[in-house]
Write a protein that binds this ligand. Structure first.
Ligand SMILES: NC(=O)c1ccc[n+]([C@@H]2O[C@H](COP(=O)([O-])OP(=O)(O)OC[C@H]3O[C@@H](n4cnc5c(N)ncnc54)[C@H](OP(=O)(O)O)[C@@H]3O)[C@@H](O)[C@H]2O)c1
Length: 256
């Protein structure tokens, strides 16, 4: 007769990482080194996404119900929502789907940038566009992403320098110079870009993190004003951490 030795035994674990961020890629790499069964998910928004290591699926789930069905079909035992702080749709769906499926959820959100009293802080992109319309200067640097350009499309008073990963495919400002690129950026580079285009106002979302923070220091340096869009709140009751290391520990704890 065989007897199992005393001790704790690994539980079956299959982690879904909702990704599209550097933190999601770092978490995937960290979990791979622990041998965790995991799957990363991307929305498929950008043409050439930076892919995480390990298995990846791409495309929407079909709302919260579709995600709940996916969790069941794939035998997912825990979800880490490591999506961008402004990806509030998928974050709401993850909260709803995991609650319905009885699957634990952790939100990984990088900290916001330290607030500067000189910023003009607004609640959403519509308020940012209104603030720009009221601004008496000429040249505006928009780094809010191509899907947020529609809010500025009716503004023919200002000249816009727009930076996006892929070219816009919807409404955009008429007087627009487009730069397609992806961070990380340097303070020197951002300073030179703002000077070259005689920028007087920067509009950005409070994404946080080091990849795109250089523009804020450059703006201070050059004397460019900043309109900062606040993050949408997390769904009520969300468990969240700020670092990849904390998220990895949360996952590893679920093994036992
Ligand atoms: N918003 C930003 O500023 C920003 C910046 C950088 C990166 N991103 C990344 O780009 C992706 C899309 O952002 P968003 O703001 O467009 O999202 P969103 O508005 O919150 O989500 C819209 C829909 O896209 C699908 N989706 C989003 N993230 C997904 C993921 N990781 N895996 C599978 N499906 C996903 C879902 O479709 P279904 O309802 O069909 O499931 C979701 O309902 C996110 O993964 C985010 O991390 C966003």
């Amino acid at each position: 007769m065989s007897r199992e030795p005393a001790g704790r035994y690994p539980l079956p674990v299959r982690i879904l990482i909702l990704g599209g961020t550097g933190e999601a890629r770092e978490l995937a790499a960290a979990l791979l080194t622990t041998g965790t069964d995991m799957l990363s998910s991307l929305a498929g928004r950008v043409r050439e996404p930076r892919l995480p290591e390990g298995p990846v699926r791409i495309g929407g789930f079909g709302g919260a119900d579709g995600l709940a069905a996916f969790l069941a079909a794939e035998g997912i035992t825990a979800v880490v929502d490591a999506t961008h702080p402004f990806a509030s749709g998928i974050t709401a769906n993850a909260a709803q789907a995991t609650a319905a499926a009885g699957v634990p959820l952790l939100v990984l959100r990088r900290p916001e940038w330290d607030a500067d009293p000189a910023w003009h802080v607004v609640g959403d992109i519509t308020a940012a566009a209104a603030a720009v319309r009221d601004w008496p200067g000429e040249a505006v640097f928009l780094t809010t992403g191509r899907r947020d350009l529609a809010a500025f499309a009716g503004d023919d008073t200002h000249r816009f320098l727009v930076r996006t990963v892929d070219p816009p495919d919807g409404p955009a400002p008429g007087r627009m110079t487009l730069v397609t690129s992806r961070g990380p950026y340097t303070v020197e580079g951002e300073t030179a870009l703002m000077r070259e285009h005689a920028i007087g106002l920067l509009v950005t979302k409070n994404s946080g993190g080091p990849m795109t923070a250089a523009k804020l220091e450059a703006a201070r340096h050059v004397g460019v004003q900043v309109v900062m869009v606040q993050r949408p709140p997390l769904p009520p009751g969300s468990a969240s951490v700020a670092t990849v290391a904390e998220a990895a520990r949360w996952v590893v704890r679920r093994h036992y």
